[in-house]
Design a binder for this molecule. Sequence first.
Ligand SMILES: [Zn+2]
Length: 462
Amino acid sequence: MTTCRRRHKLLLPVLWCIIALASLVVLGPTGTTAEDADQPSLAQVESSHAPPTARASTALAASQAFLPNPAVAAMLAQVQQSTLYTYTGQLSGEWPALIGGVPYTITTRYTDSGTPIQMATQYVYEHMQALSLTVSYHDWTYLGHSNRNAVGVLTGTTHPDEIVLVTAHLDDMPSLGLAPGADDNASGSAGVLVAADILHQYQFERTLRFVFFTGEEQWLWGSHEYAESVYNAGDNIVAVYNMDMIAWNSDISPTLWLHTRRPDNPGYAGDLAIAGVFTNVVDVYGLSGDLTPVITADGTSASDHSSFWNKGYSAILAIEDWNDRNEHYHTSNDRLQFLDMTYFTNYVKASVGTAAHLACPLQEAGILTGVVSDAITFMPIAGAQVQVKSGLCPTHTGISDSEGVYSLTLPVGVYSVTASASRYWPNTALGVVITSTAPEDLDMPLIPVRFTYMPLVFKNAL
Ligand SMILES: [Zn+2]
């Protein structure tokens, strides 16, 4: 709804604008449409999916289709099969890794293995430290067992308190003997390492935390304690993307599964928003011939994402096709040589893109500008609030100046724009596309509240 643009000023035939005004009011005083009504508002999602205390996290609103972001495309292009091969080989003991400056072969990552799992957690910690992330160990004790998770933080710029977790369990099976755990879950762990390698070079609106859990195979001990601690700290975790077994594919179909809660669960919409980001990434970055995502709304609790569901956070599990499951699962034969490196690489590309879009990249910005004016008198409205959002990323707000002009610098994407001012009905424009090539000009005429019933009078006059 971009009628009555500023260049028309008072020369615009009055009758034309009255007709436009009548159509605005027919749509409703806020200018919303049926399409708008189908989108749950952020407030609705917050109230229905918030954790059970006042320390609520901000669930993402329903995912909207987004445009390919050139910066994210560049991130995906950096995902190298050879790097994944190297990291997975080191984690699964095919050859030594450099840990504490000394070559060490990780023969097992079983949680209660002592030195080997300690070296594995040190390996990922040092890797993230070398990227200049803010690193820490999260020590935990649960059911008489103790171990540590490893955490690396890339702090967000505009909304650092909104946190996206990119996670995998580092520990593995079997409990005795060699436990390479290449697919389960050196693959997901290598995915997190590669995501950290690439994403740390960029700026995001939200904070990204890369988290490696231990104790998963004993039933999610490390993530249970981590979710408990972030919940008690009041952390605003907006999304958890958990990779667990992402490199086995023995048939011709590159199917993968994204597990959400069940549709009757209040948390379903928030999970589905995350899964929707993944499927959008596959679509817009040209991966649809390489990956076939299947959203599986069965609420499976068999990996670390469910520790976050239990605290009311939105989370999904990204895993390979369980109908084509790894025949070496939890055996000493779960080795690098059996992985499908092409499938694995594409899975990590989609995962890096998902993490990037969840965290909202700041590169590739464009400009949205226009005039907020009185729809009847065409006079500019100063101090009007212009709120710009996609269902995915934080809301941006601008205020119109004395000439009614507002201007916002936004990451490229598709937005809904709402202008509001006291004594006026808000006006919303949907599907506003921001590109980095040219400013988007969007004027926002607002109808004075006192004119609510005018179209009825107008209609009677006809
Ligand atoms: Zn696993």
